[in-house]
Write a protein that binds this ligand. Structure first.
Ligand SMILES: [Zn+2]
Length: 253
């Protein structure tokens, strides 16, 4: 498999010969107002530019996976540039309806046993925060990719560490795990995605996996930088297990 970090949670994943686009936020730097009541309220999102052209990101995409509809995962620019007949997987009927209403004709709902061209795509649970903030954050999902010719890939999505993440790791033993690890937060309510302690829990649950930390430094409410995560991983002794890509960086496994 080949995984390219684009920006925020947007990834290009080539897996068993198919090319997936995950959580496309494709707008130019500064297109949207910041998330309110959060750090860097004076800066528009995205905070940074795309590392490459939109054309090179969306060319030859076989399917798009949208883990939820927050605009840092599915934005107006993506709706404009993606072909309306492209295959899209969404987490539930509600999201699928909204995506269809934007003109997309080929939207499916991810399940526990979705198969796309021989690739198993298993929807996984996520919790987009802890406690009260969850009501506002809404439903999210992740996905596990499996195929006989590939290592198992777990893209956890916008979730904090909790028992269901442990469960996915126990059941699927993924060799590659993508975590949204910018510890994004509002001024109140705590982490909305993984912070460094959550990443450490994932490492302890999957000490042989490669962890790729994304969703960093791209939207205003991030609180964990790449540098801080790397030095924390170094301190805790798992720096060699974690990859913290710059935008545009890619890996093959
Ligand atoms: Zn997000």
């Amino acid at each position: 498999m080949y995984i390219q970090q684009i920006r925020n949670a947007t990834l290009v994943v080539e897996y068993a010969g198919k090319r997936f686009l995950v959580d496309p936020m494709l707008a130019e730097k500064g297109s949207y107002p910041p998330f309110p009541n959060a750090p860097r309220e004076d800066q528009n999102n995205p905070l940074v530019s795309l590392p490459t052209t939109i054309d090179s990101i969306i060319q030859n995409i076989d399917a798009v996976i949208v883990t939820h509809l927050h605009y840092d995962h599915w934005d107006e620019a993506a709706k404009e540039v993606l072909p309306k007949e492209i295959k899209i997987f969404s987490q539930n009927e509600e999201d699928a309806t909204e995506i269809r209403n934007a003109g997309f004709q080929n939207v499916d709902i991810l399940t526990e046993d979705t198969v796309f061209d021989g690739i198993q795509l298993k929807k996984t649970k996520g919790e987009h925060g802890r406690g009260e903030v969850l009501k506002m954050a809404g439903q999210v999902c992740g996905v596990v990719f499996t195929h006989e010719s590939e290592k198992t890939l777990y893209i956890a999505g916008d979730t904090v560490w909790y028992d269901a993440v442990q469960g996915v790791i126990d059941i699927h033993q993924p060799e590659v795990i993508v975590l949204n690890a910018g510890d994004n937060q509002f001024n109140q309510g705590g982490s909305l995605v993984m912070g460094k302690d959550d990443v450490y829990e994932v490492y302890k649950a999957a000490p042989n996996a490669k962890i790729i930390a994304v969703h960093m430094e791209a939207v205003n409410h991030w609180t964990l930088s790449r540098e801080e995560l790397k030095s924390f991983a170094d301190e805790k002794g798992f720096l060699s297990n974690i990859l913290v890509p710059d935008d545009g960086e890619a890996y093959s496994f």
